[in-house]
Design a protein. Structure first.
Length: 280
């Protein structure tokens, strides 16, 4: 039975288009009950946060597959969307152990993470496979969270060209199957994932400014945005260029209070950006 979908921007008076995006992937760190306890804490924070309530911040969480349905029940009424950390490229069939987009959508998932560096490294996924998974996301009405990032630390220009290659290869493959739509691209330099510190704010901003222009120049991607992941945590969002739409969080969101801080920092940043735009 399909669960009722909750639109985080459905309340009267809320903004139609989010101004910032905060996503969280729990990877495989929490067991079932700890995930649900975390979801309850996040729901309390989100329901009380003005920028989430009014739709300025698009907030979503990606738990493990077995928890997704219950997580959606807990988080949805608080304005927090949910999604899957992976998706198979076929919707149904004899694919033992895989999870297709039809089921993700049926249990109120709205996002599907594709292309993470761990999927590339551990499972050997390449741009073709990621393109098929991106197509499956579009086909099932899900927003793909497409992870891209260079493997080794280098110049910002090197990072830009590496990521453009990944973005274009994946989206071209999806389009070859007649699928396209809004995409959230998570720029995650592989050398920063799990590191003590993220990439520097100036480096992140320079890379994402270029990627944002390229992504939104593509047909069907005008509404797409780019967020930063890779050891992202409190204190970072306020140092980034306005082209950076938000953050893709991992371990720094395990503590609900850290997420509260990041939401507050994001809302403060939106206010600063609005005041700056009003005076220019």
């Amino acid at each position: 039975m399909s669960l009722p979908a909750k639109n985080p921007s459905a309340n009267a008076g809320e903004t139609a288009t989010p101004k910032a995006i905060i996503g969280i992937s729990l990877k495989m760190y929490f067991d079932y009950e700890r995930t649900l306890d975390w979801c309850r804490d996040i729901a309390d924070i989100a329901a009380d946060h003005p920028a989430v309530r009014n739709g300025e911040i698009e907030l979503f969480a990606l738990p493990s597959h077995p928890v997704l349905a219950e997580a959606a029940r807990i988080l949805g009424p608080a304005g927090v969307a949910t999604g899957a950390q992976d998706i198979f490229w076929e919707d149904e069939g004899a694919y033992t152990g895989e999870v297709g987009g039809k089921i993700i959508t049926e249990v109120s998932g709205r996002y599907a993470e594709v292309g993470h560096a761990e999927r590339r490294r551990v499972f050997g996924e390449d741009d073709d496979v990621i393109g098929l998974k991106t197509a499956a996301s579009y086909r099932n009405g899900l927003t793909p969270v497409l992870c891209v990032g260079e493997p080794d630390r280098g110049t910002a220009n090197d990072a830009v060209w590496h990521c453009i290659g990944e973005i274009d290869a994946v989206l071209n493959r999806a389009e070859s199957l007649g699928q396209s739509g809004r995409t959230i691209v998570a720029y995650e330099p592989q050398w920063a994932i799990g590191a003590a510190e993220p990439a520097t704010p100036s480096f992140i901003s320079e890379v994402i400014r270029a990627l944002d222009v390229h992504l939104r120049s593509r047909p069907a991607q005008a509404d797409s945005r780019i967020i930063y992941g890779g050891s992202a945590g409190p204190g970072l969002i306020g140092q980034l260029d306005s082209a950076v739409a938000g953050l893709f969080l991992g371990r720094f969101a395990h503590d609900p209070e850290a997420l509260r801080t990041i939401l507050d920092e994001t809302a403060e940043r939106l206010g600063l950006l609005a005041r700056t735009e009003a005076t220019t």
